[in-house]
Design a protein around this ligand. Structure first.
Ligand code: BG6
Ligand code: MG
Length: 218
């Protein structure tokens, strides 16, 4: 028997493929200010908050942007992103995620959400899974973003659990770093070269239950 009592999920790129929509919206924003933004840049920004991501992109420009201009650009990116996710439905839940949730419920583990996205409540409603989570962190209320451990610790605190009783699931290097900094066990989903710090790395969510959760629980 393991001592794990909770599994805390990232959202974008783990539960659903919204990471791709963030990428498209950032790419359009970057191009509107004359900045080239590619997949490698995007990998740096996975898990990173909206304003920090904007700062990363604007740092590649020769221009200096005022706080007011930055606010407008962040708003545009978010409106673009919201348009892209308008059609999201339960069909957009990635393979293996539902099976993972069902197993966690049957094992009576808590299920938490630790997404840096302020759009997370809307996305989980559109996916029809808002009631799956025993606790959803409010990204706007967490002072330090990933790779700081704060958002994962906030969920553990809500469950009355210690870090070593929780597993975190992430597709971002910053997210895996946050899980490890919280003293938790990390399952990384995606490119192994970017997620080296994770305890288990899975290429896709299909393997979450058999090669991730069950392995750690054994
Ligand atoms: C994270 C994404 O989940 O949320 C990032 O990986 C995104 O790409 C961040 O920038 C903030 O999202 P939002 O929806 O609040 O702009
Ligand atoms: Mg993610």
């Amino acid at each position: 028997m393991s001592s794990f009592k909770a599994c805390i999920f990232d959202l974008d790129g783990v539960i659903t493929d919204t990471a791709h929509y963030h990428y498209l919206a950032w790419q359009r924003l970057a191009s509107s200010v004359g900045v080239v933004f590619d997949q490698a840049d995007n990998d740096q920004l996975k898990g990173v908050g909206r304003m920090e991501s904007l700062e990363y992109i604007l740092a590649k420009s020769d221009r200096v942007f005022s706080p007011a201009e930055k606010a407008v650009l962040a708003h545009h990116k978010n409106e673009d992103y919201k348009n892209l996710i308008r059609e999201i439905s339960p069909a957009n839940i990635l393979p293996g995620i539902r099976e993972g949730f069902d197993w966690l419920k049957a094992e009576r583990w808590k299920i938490g959400l630790a997404s840096a996205s302020r759009n997370a409540p809307q996305v989980i409603r559109s996916l029809g899974i808002a009631d799956v989570f025993d606790y959803t962190a409010d990204a706007g209320a967490i002072p330090n973003g990933k790779p700081a451990p704060d958002i994962f610790l906030d969920v553990a605190r809500a469950f009355g659990l210690k870090g070593d009783e929780c597993i975190g699931v992430e597709d971002a290097a910053a997210g895996v770093a946050a899980i490890k900094a919280a003293g938790m066990t990390a399952i990384g989903i995606g490119d192994a070269s970017l997620l080296k710090e994770a305890d288990i790395i899975l290429p896709q969510t299909d393997f979450l239950l058999e090669n991730g959760l069950k392995m750690l629980a054994a």
